[in-house]
Write a protein of this length. Structure first.
Length: 262
């Protein structure tokens, strides 16, 4: 059971008890008699659960970075906030968009439900939007025939792996971000299996080229050679979008990372 569904069920149960207490139980109880424990707890927690549910469903949701696929932008252990309304208002649990607002843009860091298992949340960078022709060959990114600018800077030392990787500053749709490249990693990331709209992609020993179908997005990790992303499992449909990542609020291993991502 997902946390969102659990929170909704908890809200319904405590809300029903709260309403029952306000409309009937309180009046039927002898004067001076204490509330039963289940009524007391439900009445106390219902407002808190309601506030948490509304905040998490429509405003911001916390998310913990579970892997190194977005290094150096996001590190394992970063706790981030995800804006839930940037890309439109969605119904809780069902995740169905009811009020469209803005579409994801190239360069956005986005949290979404993993297409092969929607119970899992993933985070990657938007590289291709509907209609884009995305090519990633010999570890260089091209969009609609235009090579995406990338300049090399100092190498990056991974504290987890104690290994240096080449670091570049890539500019995608005016957004500068750092990416990592490992020379000894293969250029081709073979798809694990056929995925929806896989006919839109072609692979060779140098990489791949894909045309992003309507209502879908092509996602890549900033740690390019250590990221399972759209190169492997395909496109992310709009209905899988959770929100836009925008803020680091905690990393217990590196307290100085507070607010270092936007």
């Amino acid at each position: 059971m997902s946390f969102a569904l659990f929170l909704l069920l908890l809200l319904v149960v405590t809300g029903a008890v709260w309403a029952l207490e306000a409309l009937w139980l309180r009046r039927a109880r002898p004067e001076g008699e204490k509330q039963p424990w289940w009524v007391e707890y439900s009445v106390s927690f219902f407002p808190v659960i309601l506030i948490v549910f509304l905040l998490r469903s429509f405003l911001v949701e916390p998310f913990k970075i579970p892997s190194s696929s977005m290094v150096p932008t996001l590190l394992v252990g970063d706790f981030i906030l995800v804006n839930k309304f940037t890309y439109g208002i969605r119904l809780p649990v069902a995740n169905k968009k009811v009020i469209p607002l803005h579409d994801p843009q190239r360069g956005d860091v986005m949290v979404f439900r993993y297409p092969e298992d929607p119970s899992l949340d993933y985070i990657k960078r938007v590289v291709g939007v509907p209609g884009d022709r995305v090519e990633y060959r010999n570890k260089r990114l091209t969009i609609n025939g235009n090579l995406v600018p990338a300049r090399q800077v100092d190498d990056y030392l991974s504290k987890e792996r104690m290994q240096f990787s080449k670091r570049f500053v890539e500019t995608l749709n005016g957004v500068e971000h750092q990416i990592l490249i490992e020379d000894d990693a293969p250029a081709l990331m073979t798809p694990s299996r056929s995925f929806p709209h896989s006919a839109n992609c072609n692979y060779n020993s140098n990489g791949l080229a894909c045309t992003v179908p309507p209502g879908h997005y092509f996602m890549m990790g900033d740690n390019r050679d250590n990221s399972s992303d759209s190169r492997v499992w395909g496109f992310v449909p709009d209905e899988n979008i959770v929100g836009k990542a925008f803020f680091i609020w905690l990393n217990l291993n590196e307290l100085g990372r507070f607010g270092s991502f936007r």
